[in-house]
Design a binder for this molecule. Sequence first.
Ligand SMILES: Nc1nc2c(ncn2[C@@H]2O[C@H](COP(=O)(O)OP(=O)(O)O)[C@@H](O)[C@H]2O)c(=O)[nH]1
Ligand SMILES: [Mg+2]
Length: 223
Amino acid sequence: MSAIRVPVVEKIMSANDRMAQENRNLLDDHHVFSINIMASPGAGKTSFILQTIKHLTNEMKIGVIEGDTAPVTIDADKVIKAGMPAVQINTGGDCHLEAAMLSDGLKQMPLEGLDVLIVENVGNLICPAAWALGTHINLLVASVPEGDDKPYKYPNIYRGLNVLIINKTDLTPYVEYDLDYFRKGVEMLNPGLITFPLSCRTGEGVDAWVDWLRTQVKQYRQG
Ligand SMILES: Nc1nc2c(ncn2[C@@H]2O[C@H](COP(=O)(O)OP(=O)(O)O)[C@@H](O)[C@H]2O)c(=O)[nH]1
Ligand SMILES: [Mg+2]
């Protein structure tokens, strides 16, 4: 059985990779720097996107593609309320976004004049890691109340990251969370990974992330 199944999986994955490359080409044609945001449900992806928009609202136009497993527009409505364009993708129950889904979303997103595209992936620490979307960077929002052992338990998602956010630092006094242990786990999987501890509730630490993003966008534009 496995001899049959493995080639099938490889074929599906390479089709996804081809579509991801098409997404990347489309984004590059429009000079749009793009971020794939992954996290477990409730880690603070939408809160983080809203904080990022709030800090950059006078400088950049940020489009958001919201991936959800159900046909709800709760997150997309928040982005639109914050004054930025949003497109909702319903995965129909699937646990991750695929490049073809993003391609459909991009067709509805006004890319002209956009500086940054943020994709909020489906809340899940396993499936999204296996599916390239074509975005320029992969970002994970980890959060303090999830626990400090998550890099050890979900290594694959940490391996593919370009930047890591540790959200909900305001809750550190109330939960058992050993930041050194967490960081040690991350370092084993992804040495030197740039990391921003912050709180979307208080806003503490958000400036450092926004400064880094500004620099990335600038470097991207300079080619
Ligand atoms: N205490 C605290 N709560 C937060 C923070 N960021 C987000 N939350 C809360 O966490 C919950 C889930 O946030 P949300 O952004 O919807 O997470 P998502 O499911 O990953 O998009 C909401 O009740 C937020 O208000 C934070 O930094 N500190
Ligand atoms: Mg959300």
